[in-house]
Design a protein around this ligand. Structure first.
Ligand SMILES: [Zn+2]
Length: 255
């Protein structure tokens, strides 16, 4: 049973890597997606002599790594990413987090290197603005997170937020499943791209907090809203299918 469960998680992690590549969220083999496993280990996209770009990630490219960032299981030509400590310390600090993404998306990095504030400036019609409601933490160090101390410092900066930026480097996102952490990363980049566009023509203004409190359709006891998007897990999975389909269109292949 263990093997099949791990295999299924590895397939999902690989698909998440391909979706991120479809949305141009990082360059080549940079970036990784992980999932927390039992006994203080995680499954994560491997690096090393046999590494492949995110676009070409398959289940065989996923390795098992312990909390010391040492390889527990995986092919001989792969090894743990140097930034495994980033993932490990988010898991240590946040029992609610089951999956972490680290990538280097263009618009997020542009905002960090210009010091432009990220504000919640549009309504829920478009993903991302809700991530900025309580501000987006920014880790002020562009170096690769390659030590336990750096991992701990980053997790402290991120706190209870599900996304955080790294100055002149990239982003990390977290979620209770692989789909959610990946969509948080995608939504953050949509937010950042909107900010970059808005700063070209003016200064984006934060919306009042009431923007987020007036949803008339609350989920019923079945967990699904009676009108509009389903909400809850069903709504999340519907959004995920949409991202997968769009990534397939962009890449011109099934993922
Ligand atoms: Zn990085």
């Amino acid at each position: 049973m263990g093997f099949y469960r791990e295999r299924e998680i590895a397939e999902s992690l690989a698909q998440a890597c391909r979706v991120l590549a479809g949305f141009n969220m990082t360059d080549g083999a940079h970036g990784h997606v992980s999932y927390r496993m039992e006994d203080d280990t995680m499954l994560i996209k491997g690096k090393g002599p046999g590494q492949v770009g995110l676009r070409h990630t398959a289940a065989r490219d996923i390795v098992k790594v312990n909390w010391d960032a040492d390889m527990v299981d995986g092919p001989d030509d792969l090894q743990p990413p140097s930034e495994s400590f980033l993932h490990i310390w988010i898991y240590k600090a946040r029992p609610d987090v089951m999956s972490v993404v680290h990538v280097h998306p263009k618009h997020a990095v542009l905002l960090t290197i210009t010091g432009k504030p990220i504000v919640s400036a549009y309504g829920p019609y478009r993903p991302g603005a809700d991530l900025a409601r309580d501000g987006v933490p920014i880790y002020p160090d562009a170096r690769t997170i390659g030590t336990p101390e750096q991992g701990e410092a980053f997790a402290e900066t991120m706190g209870n937020h599900n996304v955080a930026l790294m100055t002149g480097h990239g982003i990390a996102s977290a979620g209770d499943c692989i789909e959610r952490s990946t969509m948080n990363a995608l939504a953050l980049e949509i937010l950042c791209e909107t900010m970059v566009d808005a700063y070209r023509i003016g200064t984006p203004q934060p919306l009042p907090a009431s923007t987020w409190g007036n949803r008339t359709e609350q989920p019923t006891e079945t967990g699904r809203r009676r009108r509009g998007s389903a909400g809850g897990t069903e709504g999340m999975l519907a959004s995920w299918r949409d991202y997968v389909a769009e990534a397939e269109d962009r890449l011109g292949s099934r993922i």
